[in-house]
Unconditional design. Structure first.
Length: 241
């Protein structure tokens, strides 16, 4: 379980994205985090893996504190928490297959055969097995995104943080990626927190919706409840589906 309590992060006197965030990501559920652009969604995800240091508050990952923790603790946490970057963040000089093999070689004790099997399996899962020998520059934007997801899940972490996993993808690919996030929960018991601006993706993925605004989680609950709130952002968000 990931438990975030009273989390604060400011970059300056006037730029204060997190002002007392409370959020709980229950085991084997997908929490979808929504909010306006610039509301602090990515800052929150980055804080969970220690890529940004919050000013105050607590983030517990399986009861281990992330805030102000030492490098070796952070490393252990990152072992369990995969992060799907907004940009995909592939290594341009490595093939697709090498991009997937790299985190396995670095962080998991597997034989070459096991690594090859896993790489092939996850490329198949994201629907791009034939791209194994291609370079990232030879992929479309959507394909890069799918390879980015595959590269993160190949290590089979317990938690996955997805920063806009379907942005810029066509509706069919969006559906496939969203259904894949659900499948990861069901088949691998992965607990996810996904940031999205896409109501269609939320609809498929969310067990719980969390809405961040003005530095706090203004709403957290089921999608059906989120639909019924009077908040203008939530109203506009759900109007489209
Ligand atoms: N490293 C940083 N240094 C300074 N300011 C930052 C940094 N990272 C984020 N910010 C600022 O913090 C605020 C929240 O940023 P964040 O990236 O979390 O927004 P977001 O909710 O993910 O937006 P979007 O939906 O557009 O991705 C923004 O005003 C941003 O400019
Ligand atoms: Mg963001």
């Amino acid at each position: 379980m990931i438990v975030i309590r009273d989390l604060y992060k400011a970059f300056s006197e006037t730029l204060r994205p997190l002002q007392g965030v409370h959020l709980v990501a229950e085991e084997k559920t997908n929490t979808v985090l929504i909010g306006k652009s610039g509301s602090g969604k990515s800052v929150l995800l980055k804080s969970i893996v220690g890529l940004l240091e919050p000013d105050k508050g607590s983030i517990l990952v399986d009861e281990v504190e992330v805030v102000d923790s030492r490098q070796d603790t952070l490393q252990k946490i990152r072992h369990n928490v995969g992060y799907v970057f907004q940009s995909g963040a592939l290594y341009d000089s490595l093939t697709v297959g090498e991009n997937l093999a790299f985190p396995l070689e670095k962080t998991r004790d597997l034989s070459r055969g096991e690594i090859n099997d896993r790489v092939a399996y996850y490329l198949e899962q994201v629907g791009l097995p034939e791209k194994i020998g291609r370079m990232p520059s030879e992929l479309s934007g959507g394909q890069r995104k799918r390879i980015g997801v595959a590269r993160t899940i190949v290590t089979e972490p317990k938690y996955l943080l997805y920063d806009e996993p379907t942005t810029g993808l066509d509706p069919l690919t969006t559906k496939e990626i969203a259904e894949f996030i659900v499948k990861l929960r069901d088949d691998l018991d992965i607990t996810g927190i996904a940031v999205t601006h896409d109501p269609y993706c939320l609809q498929i993925v969310a067990d719980t919706v969390a809405y961040i605004d003005e530095g706090i989680i203004k709403f957290s609950g089921h999608t059906d409840e989120a639909r019924q709130t009077a908040d203008p952002f939530l109203k506009a968000f759900f109007q489209t589906v």
